[in-house]
Ligand binder design. Structure first.
Ligand code: SF4
Length: 376
């Protein structure tokens, strides 16, 4: 599988919890950024010669802020190189910057899926998170996206918010489900050191729910979404049948991808090697990127490194790792390859092994990041 990711680094303002590579700008160089991305596409596409994209993903930042004619130009250039029959073309957007004409234009340009940064439907929590939209804008965006013809809609929901109670989360879940999304990405708020929330936390002015309450919230999310017909297929991802995210699945299953735009990463199998691959990333600063999309990081991955990564990523899936498929692909059974670690995790009740699969237990799902890290 192969996909293309396009990073759009601009946001209206930086949210106080966000430590992504974003630039809060009032003036966005729409044309110039599109020129830079298409030039980078021309330069890097030969590395992925002959691939057809199953997915194109505009992430950020807030790609919903990109002038639609510029985004459409980039999408057309990607399609000219890698085919126009991708199963999924996604744009991330925020409800505050999405007029209905833009939604219609995005559909006309070939965008099939919208990922909306709703996060919460509580005015109080949206304000604490520094979001520029309120619940009404979120509801309006969803309604207008459907009217514009988006058959696939994903919403982001956060929990573990400052001073949030379980009852407040329940109300958010009620509200989100009433919007009838096809997919939900659900994240526990994490306090990153180099953010405004990080500073407030150090100063003792930010109170977030403790780990016990967050675990209860996560369990509640899983329970409610399952009851509403969603399948949790990955740690943070819940989909209606047939609506799993193609692009993220590609990342988690070792698919190849070309990343375009500042700070984007790419991954490709190296021809003529016995299963080796490389990952590379371009310069982080958008100003440097606009001058030259230089590769600033390159990592060679041999077969053993790829096998470890496959276990780490595969365990993110609730179905876990299919042992026979892993053996076929990597030449080794994942349980045999990591016998000591797997045994230790089994004793701790975090993974389970069956004849067919290696996967997280219900308890392991809460500690997925820690479990995965043990294999790297
Ligand atoms: S809109 Fe998203 S990417 Fe932009 S600052 Fe807020 S959280 Fe970060």
């Amino acid at each position: 599988m192969f996909g293309v990711y396009i990073h759009f680094p601009y946001c209206r303002k930086r949210c106080p919890y966000c430590d992504f590579a974003v630039h809060a700008r009032q003036r966005i160089p729409h044309e110039r950024y599109a020129d830079a991305v298409t030039a980078e596409l021309d330069a890097r596409a030969p590395l992925f010669e002959g691939r057809r994209a199953v997915s194109v993903y505009f992430g950020g930042g807030t790609p919903g802020l990109w002038r639609t004619d510029c985004l459409a130009r980039v999408l057309a250039a990607v399609q000219a190189r890698f085919g126009s029959d991708a199963q999924e073309v996604t744009v991330e957007a925020n409800p505050d910057d999405l007029p209905s004409e833009q939604l219609i234009a995005l559909r006309a340009a070939g965008v099939t899926r919208l990922s909306l940064g709703v996060q919460s439907l509580s005015p109080k929590h949206l304000s604490t998170l520094g979001r520029l939209h309120g619940p009404d804008e979120a509801r309006r965006s969803v309604r207008e996206a459907r009217q514009a013809g988006f058959a696939s809609l994903s919403l982001d929901l956060m929990f573990g918010l400052p001073s949030q109670t379980l009852a407040e989360l329940e109300r958010d879940l009620d509200g989100m489900l009433a919007l009838e999304p096809d997919h939900l990405s659900v994240y526990n708020l994490t306090i990153e050191e180099r953010t405004a929330f990080g500073a407030m936390s150090r100063a003792g002015t930010l109170k977030v729910p403790d780990n016990g309450l967050c675990a209860d919230m996560y369990a509640r999310v899983i329970e409610r979404l399952r009851a509403a017909g969603f399948q949790q297929y990955e740690i943070s991802s819940h989909a209606r049948p047939g609506k799993r995210a193609v692009h993220n699945t590609l990342y988690w299953t070792g698919g190849e991808y070309l990343g375009l735009g500042c700070s984007a990463h790419s991954f490709r199998r190296l021809p003529g090697t016995s299963g080796a691959a490389e990952r590379f990333a371009v310069v982080k600063s958008v100003d440097d990127y606009l001058k030259s999309p230089e590769i600033v990081h390159r990592e060679h991955l041999d077969a053993a490194a790829l096998e470890r990564e496959a276990v780490w990523l595969g365990l993110r899936f609730l179905d876990g790792i299919e042992r026979a498929a892993h053996l076929r692909r990597h030449g080794i059974d994942p349980v045999a390859a990591h016998a000591v670690e797997v045994e230790r995790l089994q004793r701790e009740g975090l993974v389970e092994v069956t004849e067919a699969r290696l996967r997280l237990t219900a308890r392991g799902v809460f500690f997925a990041d820690e479990v995965g890290a043990r294999f790297l």
